[in-house]
Design a protein around this ligand. Structure first.
Ligand code: ADP
Length: 469
């Protein structure tokens, strides 16, 4: 079967979060299963571009609101990613350093989608499945079915995977001229809540819809940032498929980012070596349990609770642990986390920004990983942490609920809590300290979590069954 993934992110080319990890891994595993999976994404000006070689495979153009845009489709020639990688270049629109965060993002991603559909319409070698990811690619099923220039593509089946339903790509109707001429009777297929809602359009128009965990799909029926009734109405074509992790990239035995590689045999000593490097770098005490947070500093991740929860834990638990935070996001949370360093020197530190290498070092060197998320469609961090023998402390929500079982329950191995509150986090930190002090149990749990199979093999099969259906 031939599948074309369309996404705004793909590791290692450009990644802002879990979407990049998934689109960088799933096609690789689908190819291993004997299928042909390819990826097309925007050609940002990231470092990857300058280190690799490419060839032009197609040139075309399209008109939007009386302006003409030329686009170029470029293919990477090295095949190092494990799949065919295509990049869409549009001068002045996509050729920027960052993935998101520009005022004209709606236009940028609509133009990207038009270029993809236009290319598809001219490509002799059409895929059987077009698999689009999140709102930045979710208008494609509509374009392939209802835009006059492209509706000859309507027989190709489309799948939408929702990695995060909080972001929907809303556009006012004044932007309707961004989308190529469509059958006016189908305007309702673009709309939700009086605006153009690309994610809602994708849910309505795609042949199948998946979310990145079964738990998240359940939650979306009552909490989906306004789309609850749509999820209820379309539930017949929705399925929750848990993300996997790329065990080639996330493997403590060969990870070139970390100080000391390790497996089950030398877990204790080598993890201690990784912890020492981290503690030396951030002025922390390697003899105390190290609890880390890695992620976007936004309300969804409950990052706003971190300053109070860290302060409260250090104060009430008399500094028996250390904290290290890596993240970027809302500036007021960044400032609070930076300011906290002055109050708890030697007990807490933070690096504000995005740092892939440091994230690997933290998964390897930490004892516990904290994820108090209010919303967590799947969450990859807890799975990476477990692969590196780092015990997850998570709020029971979405994919976290599906992947972490409390060590107090039979066969359990993590620490879970109910509410996104300072009290619940501090209490879980207390439980982490108790566990850390029970050396035998602590070390048995570490060994147990390193052996959990969260790889893509299983989920890649489920996606293939979905395509076949
Ligand atoms: P989301 O996609 O909602 O941000 P996920 O848990 O699905 O959350 O994926 C997060 C991914 O982004 C993980 O690979 C994590 O290690 C990475 N990540 C998040 N923030 C940072 C950061 N500041 N530096 C490095 N990696 C980060």
């Amino acid at each position: 079967m031939e599948i074309l993934h369309v996404s705004a992110e793909c590791y290692p080319v450009a990644k802002a979060g879990g979407l990049g990890d998934v689109v960088g891994a799933l096609p690789k595993y689908q190819n291993k299963l004997g299928h042909i999976a390819k990826v097309v994404m925007p050609m940002y000006r990231t470092k990857y571009l300058f280190d690799h070689e490419f060839e032009v495979v197609h040139k075309g153009g399209f008109a939007v609101a009386n302006y003409w845009f030329d686009y170029t489709i470029i293919k990477e020639t090295s095949q190092k990613t494990g799949f065919d990688l295509y990049l869409v270049d549009i001068y002045g629109i996509l050729d920027r350093e960052k993935v998101y965060g520009y005022d004209d993002d709606s236009f940028r991603f609509t133009a990207f989608q038009i270029a993809v559909v236009d290319w598809l319409s001219k490509w002799q070698h059409q895929p059987e499945i077009v698999h689009v990811h999140d709102h930045q690619a979710a208008l494609i099923p509509f374009m392939m079915k209802h835009c006059y220039a492209y509706n000859h593509l309507a027989q190709i089946k489309t799948i939408l995977t929702i990695h995060n339903a909080e972001y929907q790509g809303w556009m006012g109707w004044d932007k309707s001229n961004y989308i190529p001429h469509w059958d006016p009777w189908k305007s309702g297929m673009l709309e939700w809540g009086d605006v153009i809602n690309p994610l809602a359009s994708g849910i309505k128009c795609a042949d199948k819809v998946s979310t990145v965990s079964p738990g998240y799909l359940e939650e979306l029926r009552y909490s989906a940032n306004g789309l609850e009734s749509l999820f209820e109405y379309e539930k017949g074509k929705c399925i929750g498929i848990l993300n996997g992790i790329d065990t080639e990239v996330w493997n403590p035995e060969i990870d070139h980012y970390i100080e000391a590689n390790y497996g089950l045999e030398d877990l204790g000593a080598m993890k201690a070596a990784n912890k020492k490097v981290l503690c030396d770098q951030f002025n922390l005490d390697e003899d105390k349990p190290l609890i880390v947070f890695i992620g976007r500093l936004v309300g969804e991740k409950a990052a706003d609770l971190l300053p109070a929860a860290i302060g409260d834990s250090i104060y009430h638990l008399e500094g028996r642990m250390n904290f290290l935070v890596l993240g970027s996001g809302e500036s007021w949370i960044e400032h609070q986390l930076q300011n906290l360093r002055g109050h708890f020197m030697g007990y807490y530190n933070a690096q504000i920004g995005y740092n892939e290498k440091l994230s690997h070092q933290m998964y390897a060197g930490a004892d516990f990983l904290l994820m108090p998320s209010r919303v967590e469609p799947c969450g990859l961090n807890q799975m990476y942490a477990m692969r590196y023998g780092t015990i997850p402390i998570v709020r029971k929500t979405g994919g976290l609920k599906d992947t972490v079982k409390d060590f107090g329950d039979e066969g359990g191995y993590g620490i879970t809590f109910q509410n996104a509150s300072v009290w619940d986090i501090s209490h879980s930190v207390y439980r982490a300290l108790e566990l850390f002090d029970q050396e035998e149990k602590f070390s048995a749990i570490r060994r147990q979590i390193m052996q959990i199979d969260n790889s893509w093999e299983k989920s890649a099969e489920i996606y293939l069954n979905l395509y076949h259906s």
